[in-house]
Design a protein around this ligand. Sequence first.
Ligand SMILES: Nc1nc2c(ncn2[C@@H]2O[C@H](COP(=O)(O)OP(=O)(O)O)[C@@H](O)[C@H]2O)c(=O)[nH]1
Ligand SMILES: [Mg+2]
Length: 315
Amino acid sequence: VTTKEIRSQEAKDFIKAMKLGDHRMIARCITLVENELPGYLNLLKELKSSDIPVIGITGPPGAGKSTLINAYVRLKVSEGKRIAVIAIDPTSPFNFGSLLGDRLRMTEHFNNENIFIRSLATRGSLGGLSEKIIEITDVLRNAYFDLIIIETVGVGQSEIEIAGLADTTVVVFVPESGDEVQAMKAGIMEIADVFVINKSDRPGGDLLAATIKKMIRPKMDSWEVPVLKTIATTGAGLDQLDKAINHHHQTVKTGQKRLFLLTEKVYQLIKKQRMQNVRREDISKELQLALNKGDVNIYTFAEKLSSTAGTSETR
Ligand SMILES: Nc1nc2c(ncn2[C@@H]2O[C@H](COP(=O)(O)OP(=O)(O)O)[C@@H](O)[C@H]2O)c(=O)[nH]1
Ligand SMILES: [Mg+2]
């Protein structure tokens, strides 16, 4: 392991290699960022903004999130797409990759080059991890993938923390999740772009769907949140899920949600630099101005904003 600082020029070469699909380089860049090795910020500052879709899949443990992702990846790979999956699962941090790997290897479409899987261990909660995931996701967005999927386990507050990470957030339940849904906080309703009731080979899915539909509030960009039923183990309902994800991406690509997501990311980055007094409204305003001028690198942007915020009056 080298501790030599990565300079900007080298970072540019790294990104070039990632774009060409060099998996070892992708893994190296993620490790650089994950462990904050010397020069990792230089790498982040060289990243270009991109609209490669990031799909967050969350829900209670055992709901079938990994199985669903496995089936979805299979579908997308069969379309010739390249997919990166990040799994953040405190209950089974290392099982996911092998599960996905084994199942994919059995399919005719399996090609190592087209799938990249990385498990991240949590340190108890998602706190502090969310900005890491933002950074790692942005690294992956600069590689050669067509789609990035993040699996997180929904436990209390963490669903809300992932709100800023994914362009499309899919919340997965099972037909028996009624009590959980009833106890659901408003925040979870707000982050869900698509609801999935998986394990719909079991009864109760329609009733739960009706309950969820009653709780849905109006969303940004006039998006109507669909409630879908799937059976991840057979692939039933996967086409509808794919349609919903694609449709959502088209809807928010140029909509309000883009600014919301960037604001959320910059907020997390600045919070990490311990700038507690920064307000999201101010970030949004500055971001909109910057976006009007063109391409925005959120790492340079956050650094600039936190250095100016430090000198302005405290609220
Ligand atoms: N009956 C049924 N079982 C499923 C379905 N989807 C997943 N499972 C099973 O549920 C268990 C948990 O799945 P997993 O994907 O690991 O759940 P996760 O914790 O949400 O990632 C596994 O044994 C799966 O085979 C489904 O649609 N129907
Ligand atoms: Mg899982």
